[in-house]
Design a protein around this ligand. Structure first.
Ligand SMILES: CC(C)(COP(=O)(O)OP(=O)(O)OC[C@H]1O[C@@H](n2cnc3c(N)ncnc32)[C@H](O)[C@@H]1OP(=O)(O)O)[C@@H](O)C(=O)NCCC(=O)NCCS
Length: 177
């Protein structure tokens, strides 16, 4: 689990080694975002879906850019009203819609930084939990989320189009990053 100290020290390491920039996504970036998504993930979305996330939740839609100005990673979130555990009450949750980093730029801390920078942004929308789905076979992503304090809550059977199960992972917002 990521402590404040660990997160800060990791961020400092990233700043020192950094050859990339993280900044909010803009409309002109969407083509590059879609390009990374199509190369790195089997789940793809139509253009209007990205555009609607950008229109509605721009502050937590971030991109990573390399020295040549090319998009090499992105993260996008949205807020959903979902039932609370054991209750019919709807609560606001920050749902990680998608995150990906280009293969050549992995294990440099880019996804970590995308998450650490975007989570406080979506949190401002008065959510009580961060939630996400991840393929049960996606060891790297599961490890990343666990290190940031996410816990496996349940399994969503056949969640993906190819029939693979997903772990549903949660982090409550009052846990420190
Ligand atoms: C998952 C993904 C986003 C990680 O991106 P990344 O920039 O390489 O991740 P980071 O460098 O920030 O990793 C931070 C930490 O997460 C963990 N981690 C990340 N990738 C890992 C891997 N392949 N195996 C084990 N641990 C991993 C490690 O603890 C890592 O710290 P370390 O490098 O000091 O050991 C990237 O592999 C990816 O784009 N995969 C394809 C798309 C995808 O699976 N998205 C998630 C869908 S839910």
């Amino acid at each position: 689990m990521g402590t404040d100290k660990e997160t800060q020290s990791r961020s400092n390491d990233i700043m020192e080694k950094s050859t990339y920039t993280i900044r909010p996504c803009c409309l002109e970036d969407l083509e590059g975002v879609i390009n990374v998504n199509e190369k790195e993930l089997p789940e793809d979305y139509p253009y209007f879906f990205y555009k609607s996330i950008l229109d509605s939740f721009p502050e937590s839609f971030l991109v990573a850019i390399n020295e040549d100005g090319h998009i090499i990673g992105y993260i996008m979130w949205r807020v959903e009203r979902l039932p609370a555990l054991n209750s019919l009450n709807l609560i606001r949750k920050g749902h990680l819609v998608s995150i990906a980093v280009s293969k050549d730029y992995r294990r440099k801390g880019i996804a970590w930084e995308l998450l650490v920078k975007s989570m406080p942004e979506i949190r401002r929308r008065k959510i009580s939990e961060y939630v996400l789905e991840v393929r049960v076979s996606n060891y790297g992503a599961i490890n990343l989320y666990k290190r940031l304090g996410y816990k496996i809550d349940s399994i969503k059977k056949k969640y993906y189009r190819d029939g693979e199960n997903a772990y549903f992972m949660i982090k409550t917002v009052n846990n420190p990053l």
